[in-house]
Design a protein around this ligand. Sequence first.
Ligand SMILES: [Zn+2]
Length: 130
Amino acid sequence: MKCPCGSQKDYKECCAPLHAGAAKAETAEALMRSRYSAFAKNQMQYLKDTTDPQTLQNIDEEANQEWADRAKFLKLEILKAEEKGTKGTVEFKAFYSVDDEEYIHHEVSTFRKQNGEWFFKSGKVKEAKA
Ligand SMILES: [Zn+2]
């Protein structure tokens, strides 16, 4: 089965080891991809584990869970990925559908590297445009 993150690799050779805690994302982009596939695979604990603890306080876990339960994750498109030292920025479009309606979530996420591990720091949603 191909990984939901769009890498064209098998899930077990792509994001699965990250979800299982057997490997760490080496780049901010890899973390972003693995977080998208975590939604698709209902790996909510992984989403928590890779979120900056300070950010976690502001995250509505129930809303995330509900979204993961209801949405079908169609594909992920990385538009831009940059890293500068311990800071990473990834701009992406996540394509998903709810009740057969298709949506695009366009976001610029920032990531922070701490002790060699990448964490999701914050996200800024861009105006949705098809
Ligand atoms: Zn993947």
